[in-house]
Design a protein around this ligand. Structure first.
Ligand SMILES: NC(=O)c1ccc[n+]([C@@H]2O[C@H](COP(=O)([O-])OP(=O)(O)OC[C@H]3O[C@@H](n4cnc5c(N)ncnc54)[C@H](OP(=O)(O)O)[C@@H]3O)[C@@H](O)[C@H]2O)c1
Length: 219
């Protein structure tokens, strides 16, 4: 079964991108899978999945790719793990990506967030608590947060949404199809959560938008 719902997945070769693509295909939707290097990701091309090249910070390219898509998903990270270090991390990376997708013309831009800028019970961002967040990852967390701030400041703006998973996001966990949503506050305990269930929430919001121009937590 193929629906006429098309979704643009930027960063389709990453953990979130692969999970979102799989969930979209399981629902019969068409996926345009955007990767930086076609050569490294040829295996992603499949029935219902068109593989194209693009960089999320390239506003012109995002605007070129957007037409015909009901939603776009920013599943991009310029930083895959602490071992990679922060040399070369552009503090404006997520701001540029936000601008590119907001300005692309896609009606429903969806962004995967970072648990670090959820708030603890006292209202303090988790990233500001050294007992919960390693200081050396702060540059990445700040860059992510600048992207969220950019989304919040955008006016006018399309119907964007940021979905922020808990700290324990785990690619090895299976899909349960169940999740809960909250606001800016971190879930009380860091129960591990699967990329597959994050993808369920992303597709639910792509198909039937329930939250608008805001950030939610998904856990
Ligand atoms: N608990 C949490 O809060 C949590 C945990 C993990 C991730 N996240 C967030 O979830 C999102 C996705 O992370 P992930 O774990 O799926 O990351 P990942 O597995 O490292 O994948 C990231 C992907 O982004 C792509 N990419 C990097 N720079 C790009 C650019 N300029 N344009 C287009 N694509 C680019 C990479 O492409 P290449 O294949 O070309 O290198 C890679 O496939 C990120 O925003 C991340 O911060 C949150």
């Amino acid at each position: 079964m193929t629906t006429d719902f098309s979704i643009l997945v930027v960063g389709a070769g990453g953990r979130a991108g692969r999970a979102v693509t799989a969930e979209a295909r399981a629902r019969g939707h068409q996926v345009t899978a955007v990767v930086r290097d076609l050569g490294r990701h040829r295996h992603l091309a499949a029935d219902g999945v068109e593989l194209v090249a693009g960089d999320v910070t390239d506003a012109g390219r995002m605007a070129e790719l957007a037409p015909g898509h009901a939603a776009a998903v920013h599943a991009v990270s310029p930083f895959s793990g602490p071992e990679q270090g922060f040399a070369g991390l552009d503090p404006e990376f997520f701001v540029k990506a936000a601008d590119a997708l907001l300005g692309s013309g896609v009606p429903r831009p969806l962004f995967i967030g970072l648990a670090a800028n959820l708030l603890d019970a006292t209202g303090r961002p988790v990233m500001e608590d050294p007992s919960r967040f390693p200081a050396f990852i702060l540059p990445f967390a700040r860059a992510h947060t600048a992207g969220l701030d950019r989304l919040r400041a955008a006016d006018p703006a399309p119907d964007w949404l940021m979905l922020t998973p808990p700290a324990g996001l785990d690619a090895t966990l299976p899909r349960t199809g169940r999740y809960r949503t909250g606001g800016d506050t971190a879930p009380p305990d860091d129960v591990p959560f699967s990329y597959a269930d994050l993808a369920v929430a992303v597709l639910d919001e792509a198909e039937r938008p329930r939250h608008h121009r805001t950030r939610i937590s998904v856990f």
